[in-house]
Write a protein that binds this ligand. Structure first.
Ligand code: ADE
Ligand code: ZN
Length: 330
């Protein structure tokens, strides 16, 4: 049965554009660009998506991204995601991109950025979807490399609202990136970071205290620290939670055990997001649908999550207020 409530307007705040690469497009681009893949069919690609933890996913995800070669590939990728947004009534999206995944393969920073922004402009014009871009540093690489990436981004400051931190969390704590975040903030970027996905609460407090982040990506491990949860409530620091991702990467064993509604009911500004939807079994509405099925999420909780998504966004205040009103009246 269709769940009409899932069509309420919403913002997505935790979405890696490289994670929207569907097996069909991966196969098509591999053929077009003569990139060899260790799979001989779309089904074989899907079969390979059996993850045991974050790293087992990242290995496959970085290998898949190798099919993205020219500017038009990044445009096709981003446009396909925006069409999914339209289907799910995502009216605003804040997209992560990982320049280092591409510059390491000899693809110019500008090729990546301009491919993505061409689609975003078309999304705004033709689909009415607003968007922002957040550049993520890969935390398994050095701070010096992150600094070089920040340098590459400076000429495009007007097109990139923030900086984030993703990739292998364990063993790559926030303190490793303190200097590059300080510089990014000085240059006017808004800081966010993945923290408390697999890492313990020290990764979340580190992101807050050392990187001065305005949002925590994931953050679900905060449940183990009452004082930290009090702080997140008091300071209204949003968590961009990704339920299906957390199940696929075994942060929780089953959806029924996910803590998102506990965090919501405790007053945290949690939001629902799809992270890497092509790899984790679905886009934002599939995340909401799974929460309906396994967590018995009610309409009031659903509306609060949608309101939070706009409140936690980097949208201009009048646009935030407009969309929050639309959700309330839905
Ligand atoms: N890169 C893409 N998805 C990620 C995730 N869930 N955690 C860390 N890095 C990522
Ligand atoms: Zn993520």
């Amino acid at each position: 049965m269709e769940d009409a409530m899932l069509q309420l307007p919403k913002a997505e705040l935790h979405l890696h554009i490289e994670g929207t690469l569907e097996p069909e497009l991966m196969m098509e681009l591999a053929q077009k660009n003569h990139v060899s893949l260790p799979y001989d069919s779309v089904d074989a690609i899907r079969q390979a998506y059996q993850f045991t933890d974050l790293q087992s996913f990242l290995d496959i995800y970085y290998a898949g991204a190798a099919v993205l070669q020219d500017e038009s590939d990044f445009t096709s990728l981003t446009w396909a995601y925006l069409l999914k947004c339209k289907e799910d009534n995502v009216v605003h999206t804040e997209i992560f991109f990982d320049p280092q995944t591409h510059t390491a393969r000899g693809i110019a920073f500008e090729t990546v950025l301009s491919g993505i922004t061409t689609a975003l402009k078309r999304g705004e014009d033709e689909l009415g979807i607003s968007s922002k871009l957040i550049l993520c540093f890969l935390r398994h690489l050095s701070e010096e490399e992150a600094m070089k990436t920040l340098d590459q981004a400076l000429p495009y400051k007007d097109q990139i609202i923030g900086v984030g931190l993703d990739s292998s969390e364990l063993g790559n704590p926030p303190e490793k990136f303190q200097r590059v975040f300080a510089r990014a903030i000085e240059e006017g970027f808004i800081p966010v970071a993945h923290a408390g996905e697999e890492g313990d609460v020290s990764y979340i407090t580190g992101a807050l205290n050392l990187l001065h982040v305005k949002r925590i990506d994931h953050g679900v491990q905060c449940i183990h620290d009452e004082a930290l949860m009090d702080r997140l409530v008091k300071e209204r620091i949003p968590l961009t939670v990704c339920p299906l991702s957390n199940i696929k990467l075994r942060v929780f064993d089953t959806m029924a055990e996910h803590n998102i509604l506990q965090l919501l009911d405790r007053g945290l500004a949690v939001t629902v997001n799809s992270d890497d939807p092509a790899y984790f079994g679905g886009y934002i509405n599939e995340n909401f649908a799974a929460m309906r099925r396994s967590l018995r999420m009610n309409d009031q909780q659903l509306k609060q999550l949608a309101i939070n998504s706009f409140e936690a966004s980097f949208l201009e205040p009048e646009k935030k207020a407009y969309w929050i009103e639309q959700v309330k009246n839905y």
